[in-house]
Design a protein around this ligand. Structure first.
Ligand SMILES: [Cu+2]
Length: 270
């Protein structure tokens, strides 16, 4: 029974870990793990893609039709017409209508993302050249999060995405993320949660997510920030409430902010 449980949990954990990261030859989005991302994926798949395909097919048809119908041999005396009021009104109006049809659901999603529900916990992400620093302001926790070099990767840790200290959050809880930077522009982005916000020095941006299933989720800095822009990934581990509390009690000691501040005070007083 124990063995079975072990195998079962290993498979489950591995799948959870693999479900939410980029795959080789992937087309399209990562699997959504939050309501916000599901909205984005539905909007893209059910509205944008059909419009894009219809327009592409229509333009291709027009081009082929013009090539055949108006080729020199079939059409020796070309028309000298330069204006056609009906066509001009149509090709202005129809794209306008298409844009309006796209804008309405798009704004709905944007406003939904912009309204932060009452947060269960708040984390602060600070972009540095070239790593992320995190704070849990209510828990007196502060730590830095560096990418793991290829040679140090363990099994199941994806290259260029895994970090030494992951952000840990509980499942099904509203997490508010405050985002800023220390030096240049960075951007905190996590595709599975549909989250992407610029990290701007001297300014705090905020966003939120509510992760729906446990697992490890990967993102990357998404604002060109310098030579190691590609090497400051973001890893968020979504765990159960109990595991989160357990992590908190360890992290409060391991990553205690007060001690660091005390050290700074001591240094300053010397
Ligand atoms: Cu960056």
């Amino acid at each position: 029974m124990k063995k079975f449980l072990f195998i079962f949990s290993t498979i489950f954990i591995t799948q959870a870990a693999l479900a939410d990261q980029p795959k080789d030859w992937q087309l399209g989005f990562q699997n959504p793990a939050s309501d916000g991302m599901r909205d984005i994926v539905n909007f893209h798949n059910n509205l944008l893609l059909p419009i894009i395909i219809a327009i592409s097919v229509f333009v291709l048809f027009l081009m082929l039709y013009a090539c055949v119908r108006f080729r020199a041999s079939a059409n020796p005396n070309p028309s000298k017409r330069t204006h056609n009021v009906t066509v001009e009104i149509l090709w202005t109006l129809i794209p306008c209508l298409i844009l309006i049809v796209m804008a309405v659901p798009s704004f709905k999603i944007l406003y939904k993302q912009d309204t932060i529900p009452k947060a269960d916990l708040t984390i602060k992400a600070i972009g540095y050249q070239w790593y992320w620093g995190y704070e849990y302001p209510d828990e007196n926790i502060i730590f830095d999060s560096y990418m793991i070099e290829k040679k140090d990767l363990k099994a199941n840790q994806p290259r260029l995405l895994a970090v030494d200290n992951e952000v840990v959050v509980p499942v099904n809880k509203v997490v508010k993320v405050l985002i800023t930077a220390n030096d240049v522009l960075h951007a905190w982005a996590l595709p599975s949660f549909g989250v992407k916000r610029d990290a701007v020095p001297g300014r705090i941006n905020e966003t939120w997510f509510k992760a729906e299933k446990e697992g490890t989720y990967y993102g990357q800095c998404s604002e060109l920030c310098g030579i190691k822009h590609a090497f400051m990934p973001i890893t968020v581990k979504v765990v159960s409430e109990e595991d989160y509390q357990e992590w908190l009690s360890e992290a409060r000691v391991k990553f205690a902010k007060e001690e660091i501040e005390n050290d700074k005070l001591k240094l300053a007083s010397k």
